[in-house]
Design a protein around this ligand. Structure first.
Ligand code: PRP
Length: 198
């Protein structure tokens, strides 16, 4: 796998440092006794980040999972999301939800999910992303907690994939262009977003 990586963008050590800083910020905001912090991990990309963040938190935190996919596969822009895996909490009005993402790109996923979870009556809905690619934004959305801003490069590792590969790399790396432009790969038309950068 490592031979497919052009460069390491964020090392394992740097990831740990970023996650510790995010956990401290979240602890500061959710430490009041009346808070009920529930991480909502968006599968599959956020699984490593959500687990590491949860472990770094020194305050009580529950976890739920969702999996979503953009409508209109193959299009760069999609204003809505399809829910592939959902969670149900009858006590949602007492919960402070924190959506946990590996990356925000166009902004459609976080924008749509924030709206949806607010409509379901959560006491509060905030979002935390490990990576932010602001250059790619199609809808205005700013996460409440951001690990780091990255350039518009095709990144993989620590949950992020290309064709389901590289998620288990322990760092964030930039994929070599020849890997995703190789002719034997599946058609890019089935991929969401701009395949040259994500
Ligand atoms: C990625 C990422 C976010 C979403 C962000 O998921 O994990 O959920 O895209 O993109 P957006 O800001 O343009 O909406 P992806 O659909 O690649 O699925 P995966 O997490 O299962 O790899």
């Amino acid at each position: 796998m490592k031979s497919d990586i052009e460069s390491v963008l964020i090392s394992q050590k740097e990831l740990n440092r970023i996650i510790a800083r995010l956990a401290a910020e979240i602890e500061r905001d959710y430490s009041a006794p009346d808070k009920r912090l529930v991480l909502v991990s968006i599968l599959k990309g956020s699984v490593m980040f959500a687990a590491a963040l949860m472990t770094a938190l020194k305050i009580p935190a529950e976890i739920e999972f969702m999996r979503v996919s953009s409508y209109g596969a193959g299009t760069v822009s999609s204003g809505n999301v399809r829910i592939l895996l959902d969670f149900y909490r009858p006590d949602i009005s007492e919960l402070d939800l924190l959506i946990v993402e590996d990356i925000i790109d166009s902004g459609h996923t976080l924008s749509s999910l924030t709206k949806l979870l607010n409509e379901r009556g959560a006491r509060s809905v905030r979002s935390c992303t490990l990576l932010d690619k602001p250059e790619r934004r199609e809808v205005p959305f700013e996460p409440d907690y951001t690990g780091t801003v990255i350039p518009d490069k095709f990144v993989v590792g620590f949950g992020l994939d290309y064709n389901e590969k590289y998620r288990n790399l322990p760092f964030i790396g930039v994929l070599k262009p020849e890997v995703y432009s190789a002719p034997e790969r599946p058609s890019m038309s089935i991929m969401k977003g701009n395949p040259t950068t994500k």
